[in-house]
Design a protein around this ligand. Structure first.
Ligand SMILES: O=P(O)(O)OC[C@@]1(O)O[C@H](CO)[C@@H](O)[C@@H]1O
Length: 384
């Protein structure tokens, strides 16, 4: 199929421009105050703030992944951050941020700079209410439980702490779906022998908890024999889940009461007995779309009954971070993907496909920033 230009950040006032221009500096500031970083790290953060408004420079020669990123950067080195693909520049920003806080070596090695924000979210009353609400599921049919849990997982995607740096949102309010193909997902699972379901997780805490509850539902109702949960190998996009966040979520659930606690303990055992598998593939933090997924990861997706892609960034990586005409078919842009795939996402960036011209005109006429404000969501499924 025809392709579309990659999204870059060079148009002042555009969404990608605002991420580089406003969100990243604000994030550097937030990280600086999240932990008692010493003067050397404070200076490195100052340098990062300057560098990201200048031209792209290579990693220090001493960095273990210097060569890897030199190859990934190629011709981007020396160019403005605003002139290269948005997907690439964001990913490199997070790599540099981790470097600045000493994540890869020295005494701050392995200390997640975003952990204070993720932990705070795990302690919120909102999450406690989410957990208590799980008790209501007992009164519902399995189909209604499925719908409720999918909805919780979908709207949990608003719990994205990077996004919240630049957007104020009522976290509890649900918005409108621009596409809802969830029936296809349930039919696909019902029509397949119980196998593996891949869930490519997005954010920790208030998004990961409903994702885990959904995984438990698939396992306990026999629609999945195994759930493979892909998390990030290192902190990324502020609140993206790493393995430690899975453990933290399971602990929080297990320490709650009622159905939440039972589910948390059951999931804990599922990890122990290998029916819930946590993977942290290096490609999950690569600056590329899934078109470039390496063979072992593609095999994982190919062998799954379905791969559930959570969140906005995964959507961009799935369909390609390009200026697609909105009416482009989801099936067409995901035809390359090795196996059935479902995208479950609130809209927080410009990329969206599968929205007809009439629907787009109606949405545009509302005057709302429906593509980027997290008020709208979608469930899109390619079931073959
Ligand atoms: O993937 P998520 O957590 O749903 O969203 C990630 C996000 O906040 O970050 C990017 C901009 O920095 C956008 O893709 C999106 O707004």
């Amino acid at each position: 199929m025809d392709t579309a230009p990659e999204i870059v950040s060079d148009e002042a006032g555009s969404f990608p421009w605002s991420v580089l221009h406003d969100r990243h500096p604000a994030l550097i500031d937030k990280v600086r105050h999240g932990l008692p970083y010493p003067p050397m790290i404070q200076r490195a953060l100052d340098e990062l703030a300057e560098q990201t408004q200048d031209v792209i420079r290579p990693l220090p020669a001493s960095a273990a992944d210097h060569d890897l990123w030199r190859e990934r950067a190629g011709e981007y080195l020396g160019r403005s951050w605003y002139a290269v693909p948005f997907l690439w520049s964001e990913s490199y920003f997070y790599r540099l941020l981790l470097g600045a806080v000493g994540y890869f070596d020295g005494p701050w090695r392995g200390v997640d700079p975003f952990e204070p924000f993720k932990s705070e979210e795990l302690r919120t009353g909102a999450l406690a209410r989410d957990l208590a609400a799980l008790d209501d599921l007992d009164r519902l049919s399995v189909a209604d439980q499925d719908a409720a849990l999918l909805s919780a997982s979908l709207w949990g995607n608003r719990a994205d702490l990077g996004f919240q740096i630049s957007t104020r949102l009522d976290q509890d309010g649900q918005g409108a779906l621009v596409a809802d193909q969830s029936a296809r997902l349930w039919e696909l699972l019902a029509g397949s022998a119980p196998g593996t379901v891949c869930v490519v997780a997005d954010n920790a805490a208030r998004e990961l908890v409903p994702d885990l509850v959904l995984a438990d539902q698939l396992l306990t109702t026999g629609r999945a024999r195994t759930v493979v949960l892909h998390v990030k190998p290192h902190p990324y996009y502020v609140s993206d889940a790493v393995t430690a966040d899975v453990v933290a979520a399971l602990r929080t659930m297990s320490a709650a009461s009622g159905r939440a606690a039972l589910t948390g303990r059951r999931l804990w055992r599922s990890v122990v007995d290998g029916t819930l598998v946590v993977r942290a593939h290096p490609f999950s933090c690569a600056p590329w779309s899934y078109h470039r997924a390496p063979a072992d990861l593609a095999d994982d997706f190919a062998s799954a009954t379905v791969t559930v892609m959570k969140g906005d960034l995964n959507y961009r990586r799935l369909v390609g971070d390009r200026e697609w005409p909105n009416a482009t078919a989801f099936e067409a842009v995901t035809a390359y993907f090795p196996g059935p795939v479902a995208a479950i996402r609130t809209l927080k960036s410009d990329v969206v496909v599968g929205v007809s011209d009439e629907q787009r005109a109606r949405l545009d006429a509302t005057g709302e920033r429906w593509r980027t404000s997290g008020t709208h969501a979608l469930v899109q499924v390619r079931d073959r």
